[in-house]
Design a protein around this ligand. Structure first.
Ligand code: 13P
Ligand code: SF4
Length: 304
């Protein structure tokens, strides 16, 4: 670590104590941010952690919808997102108004929204899900028709596991769709012993090549197994830092250097420090939207 970084980290630790703050970090964050995490995880694990923390301030090192979910669950806490530009392009592929229109066309369908959505869209949904619990969430519903928003690839993946009628929104993750079958086929040839783990936001042709289809948290658990010594990792490459740190001696092969989410990389040590100094930028969901969105998130957490 550079001398400046050490100084910044020490300031963060001191201020964190003073503010009674907790630092929650998504698996795709930069290594320097992963290193200062109180808790690191996938979207589901982070929302569960946010729901239970007794800290007064949550510094959310991830993207906007994750900070919103924390605010939905913890109305009395201050939720800081160190860079407000850290959005999720997929979450912006569906608006509440568009969803209201589609619901009119499908009155019998249950609306299942991926957590990668705005609070307004969650407020229009029956239940949320993440990549870790999507199949269980849809299985828990009595409806035969499912309107799934916004990720068409995650929705398609679930539809291959459950015998219900799916209506998929045409959204997708720009980072995961850059991963092509050819990337995996080449790596399989170069690393024949490696297990191939794939995030369900990937294209179906990529998922077809997987040994396991897992959330980022699922990948971290899978990597610890004794029978896994090499892993081709088909998701955003930030996770490689955590996998290598937690599993010295094992080999982790990123699927493609292009699998980068630029939004996830906007959070830096300097911005974390500044957010704790200024107690801003804050992400706050309030009023009716929060109450309605909370019902969808709570239903998901009950299933999980
Ligand atoms: P996970 O919930 O698996 O961490 O995925 C979040 C995400 O944004 C994937 O792109
Ligand atoms: Fe959104 Fe994709 Fe980035 Fe995840 S990796 S935050 S889904 S753009």
């Amino acid at each position: 670590m550079m001398e400046n970084d050490t100084e910044t980290v020490n300031k963060i630790y001191n201020l964190k104590k003073e503010r009674k703050a907790v630092i929650l970090v998504h698996n795709y964050q930069l290594g320097e941010i992963q290193d200062i995490a109180d808790f690191i995880g996938d979207s589901l694990e982070l929302s569960q952690k946010a729901a239970r923390t007794d800290a007064r301030v949550i510094v959310f090192c991830g993207v906007h919808f994750m900070a919103e979910t924390a605010s939905i669950l913890c109305p009395d806490k201050v939720v800081l997102l160190p860079d407000l530009n850290a959005g999720c392009p997929m979450a912006n592929m569906v608006t509440a108004e568009q969803l209201r229109q589609r619901k009119k066309e499908l009155p019998d369908a249950a609306v299942v929204s991926y957590v990668n959505t705005t609070a307004e869209v969650k407020a229009e949904s029956d239940i949320c899900c993440t990549s870790a619990n999507a199949v269980r969430v849809v299985e828990s519903l009595n409806n035969e028709k499912i309107l799934f928003v916004p990720d068409k690839y995650l929705g398609h993946y679930i539809s291959t596991k459950i015998n219900k009628e799916f209506f998929l929104w045409p959204g997708f993750c720009p980072t995961h769709t850059r991963i092509m079958p050819q990337h995996i086929l080449e790596l399989k040839e170069n690393y024949p012993e490696a297990k191939v783990v794939v995030h369900p936001e990937c294209r179906p042709e990529v998922i077809a090549l997987a040994d396991e289809v897992l959330s980022t948290g699922g990948m971290c658990r899978y990597a610890r197994r004794d029978d896994v010594s090499q892993m081709v990792v088909s998701t955003e490459i930030g996770i490689i830092y955590r996998l290598r740190k937690e599993n010295p001696g094992k080999r982790f092969i990123p699927v493609s250097e292009q699998a980068i989410c630029p939004n996830m990389k906007l959070i830096t040590l300097e911005k974390v420090l500044e957010s704790l100094e200024e107690m801003a930028p804050e992400v706050k969901v309030s009023g009716d939207i929060r109450l309605k969105a909370k019902m969808a998130v709570d239903r998901m957490l009950e299933v999980a």
